[in-house]
Each structure stands twice: as C-alpha cells, then as structure tokens.
Design a protein. Structure first.
Length: 452
C-alpha cells in the first residue's frame, strides 16, 4: 500500500477497484486513493474489537470527496458504522448498482432518505443496517423499481412499516436481520408476512432469509431466542401469505414456527417444489416424524441444504426406492427430538438418513451432543484441531448420530472409489471400512455396544 501511495499520479489514473480491509490501522489515508476511474469501493472492518469511531467519519469524508470530484461509483460497500450525513452524498452517485452501508446507533433513517435511495435508477442490490427507521402514517408510498436484492437490519416493526409503504416489483431476494422482539408470536410475525405479500409480486420473490441479529453494533445487542419463548407462531397463521410466493430458498434460522406437522410440511412442498434451501426451527418439541425424510427425498429433488427438527421417537424403515433416487442433498443440520441413547435407535436413524440422502457432504446433529455418551459408546471421532483436545473441535465432541452417519458415508465413498477405479486400492483398508456398515447393521439387529 505504501509503495502505491508514493506514486499518486499512478493511483489517480488507473485505480478502478478499491478493496481495503481494516484491522488496526487508520482510515485517514483513504483520500489518497481517489481516482477518476474508481468504480468499486469496498472498505471492510476485520478488527475483532470493532471499528473505531473516527473510522466512520474518515469514510464519510472520503465519500464527500469522491462526490466533489464528480466520480461516479457503481458499487460502495462498507461495514464501518457511518454518521447519517453521508447518505446525502451517496444518493448523488446516480450510477450506483450496489450499496451496502451500516449507520451508527444514533442515526435515524427517515422517509426522505429512503425516497432519495429509491431514485437511484440502476440500484439492484441494497443492504442497510440501522437502529431506527422513521416513517409516519401519512408518508407517501415508495417504490424501488429495479431493486433485485434487499438486506435490511433493523427492528421488526420498522421492517413492517417499510414493507407496508414500499413496493419492490423486481425483488428476488430478501434478507431481514431483525432486532428480536421480547417474544415471538403471531402478533409480531403475521403483520410482517401480510406486508410482505402486498410489497412484492408473488412471481418475483425467490429467496427469503429471516434471522435475529445479535447486534447492529457492538453496543446494541438483540436478546437471544429461547426454544420456549411464547411457543412461537402457528404456521397456519401466516401460511396463506408466504405460500403465495414461488420460493427456492426459505431460511428461518430461529424458532419462528410453534410446531411443524406433516400437513404443514406437505403444504410447503406443494407450494415450493423447486426448493434448494429449507431451514426451519420449531419453538416446541412438537415437530415432524422421521417419515418426513423420505417425503423430502421424493418430493424436493433440487434440495441442497436442509435444517430441520425431527421427532425421532419412532424410526421408519429405509425405503430402497428412495435410496435409488440418489438425492443430491449436500448439507443436513438435524435436531433429533426424543432420540433415545440406545445404539439400536441411533444406528437406525443414521441408516435412514444415509438411505434418504446418500450424497451428503456435511451432516450436523445439533441435538444429541455430549462427551459422556460419545465415550461410553465409542463414537469419539470429531475432527482434531491441533490444540491437544484430540478428537474434539470447538463445538465439543461429535454426537453418536453424526459419527455413525459419517462412518456410513466413508464406507460408501470407498466402495464408489473402488468401482470407479476398477478395483484398485488397498484391500485391507476396504475390508475395514466395509466392516463399519456390517457392524452398524449388526448393532441394529443385536443392540451390541461394541465400539467402532
């Protein structure tokens, strides 16, 4: 960087893309990087202690100087909290296609601010993070005619006001990181989905991500959700609004839904047959049975990522017809509810997962993790991290279900490799890995506690 700054003429003439990652240095040098050809500016804070207060004012000054020099940015991206004043300068970059900004906690985004942003005719991607959006009942309607991707971090009630007031005719992806309300209930979320339906045409929205924001800034933390927080919201309360969209991604990574029945799941599958990402959590232990896994494997052929709470008190038998589908699912995060500690039930559940989704690359059981259980049954096979903890990683030891599923995948992968290479390979290793499958199936029949 210092070598480049020595030749400011060179910078002035050729710099088109600026990507600066801040760790512990100053941002005061930014004005030295102004170039007539600058089109893309990304100033990202990687400092683990957060951005210094002065950094935001340095970035704001940089934006003002760019505007004064009549430079037309096409992309501006920063996660350094800015004072509200730069928004007036930013809206003068009429060629902007992508804008990602965060404001300090005292900043208030008003209706005139959003109206200015809506006049950026080329704006396709907008990411805003602010503590407060200020709208009034008599505020005039807004429209973002060309916006395709919107990510907004704010209070839930502010997001509802924005959606109620604004139309997004071309929006295909919406991410809302909300400051969590004190409780999650239909009173909070039904108005959100109602506003969503009126704001975006049903045929355009493809991706919907809803997640609680831990903080907008380091001093503004959102309370964590509990799985028992007011029992969540019944899916029937908002299903008519959300199923009208033709979604390919639905990510609800917090316990929004009170409970999930097989009827609810079938309604989702019927409404969104082209899902590639489905992530759901329930607020209670009332959720779908293990029969949901073969159903998903049959009815959602394009699904690549799945997160689901599953009642594993009864394990259905694997269906060979489902296994032959060779489903393409790559990532599965499961919270098995009521899964017993017996080897037979765990192995049965693992074989079901393996049969429904034979091409899994990442499997994570988030519900039955515990060092005592793993050591007792010999399933301590988590990844080592080089810190002297052996097979344990930062999440603690892997659960038995994870371990058995991974063993099945290893056996399947070895057999596939041998068949593709015409039988080449170490026969001894092959016998050992294939014995994993034999041993697991023996446990299913005999209930043996023998370790791997």
């Amino acid at each position: 960087m210092h070598a480049v700054l020595k030749n400011q003429y060179l910078v002035h003439e050729i710099l088109k893309h600026l990507h600066q990652e801040q760790k512990s240095t100053s941002t005061a040098f930014l004005p030295l990087l102004i170039s007539n050809n600058l089109k893309v500016a990304r100033i990202i804070n990687r400092c683990q202690y957060g951005a210094k207060v002065t950094w935001g004012y340095d970035v704001a000054l940089f934006m003002c100087q760019l505007q004064t020099s009549a430079i037309q940015l096409e992309c501006f991206n920063t996660n350094i909290p800015l004072p509200p004043s730069p928004l007036n300068d930013i809206t003068l970059f009429t060629h902007l296609r992508e804008l990602c900004i965060t404001f300090i906690e005292l900043a208030v985004i008003t209706h005139p601010d959003m109206e200015q942003l809506s006049q950026l005719e080329n704006l396709a991607v907008l990411e805003l993070s602010a503590r407060q959006f200020e709208f009034y009942p008599d505020s005039s309607p807004l429209s973002f005619p060309h916006l395709q991707k919107l990510s907004i971090t704010c209070k839930l009630e502010d997001a509802i006001k924005l959606l109620s007031l604004t139309t997004f005719p071309m929006l295909s992806s919406l991410t809302h990181q909300f400051m969590a309300p004190s409780q999650t209930s239909a009173a909070h979320w039904v108005p959100f989905f109602q506003a969503l339906q009126t704001s975006i045409p049903s045929h355009t929205l493809k991706e919907l991500y809803l997640l609680p924001s831990r903080s907008i800034h380091s001093t503004l933390a959102a309370p964590a959700y509990s799985t028992n927080m007011n029992q969540g919201t019944p899916f029937a309360e908002f299903s008519e609004y959300i199923t009208s969209f033709n979604l390919t991604t639905l990510s609800l990574t917090f316990p929004l839904i009170r409970s999930l029945s097989m009827g609810d799941l079938r309604q989702m599958i019927q409404a969104w047959p082209n899902l590639t990402v489905l992530q759901l959590q329930t607020a209670t232990s009332s959720t779908v049975k293990t029969a949901a896994l073969p159903l998903i494997a049959r009815k959602l052929p394009k699904l690549m990522t799945l997160m689901l709470d599953v009642d594993a008190s009864v394990i259905v038998k694997p269906d060979e017809r489902v296994s032959r589908l060779n489903h393409a699912l790559e990532r599965f995060e499961i919270r098995p509810v009521r899964l017993g500690a017996g080897v037979e039930q765990v192995a049965s559940c693992a074989i079901l997962v393996d049969g429904c989704f034979p091409r899994l690359e990442v499997f994570w059981d988030v519900g039955t993790r515990g060092r005592y259980w793993n050591c007792e049954y010999g399933y301590d096979c988590g990844r080592g991290n080089g810190n002297g903890r052996g097979g344990y990683d930062e999440r603690g030891s892997r659960s038995a279900l994870e371990a058995v599923v991974r063993s099945l995948k290893q056996a399947r992968g070895f057999e596939k490799g041998r068949s593709e290479s015409g039988g080449a390979g170490d026969a001894g290793d092959g016998d050992e890995v294939r014995m994993v499958m034999v041993e697991v199936r023996m446990r299913v029949r005999l209930g043996s506690r023998r370790v791997l």
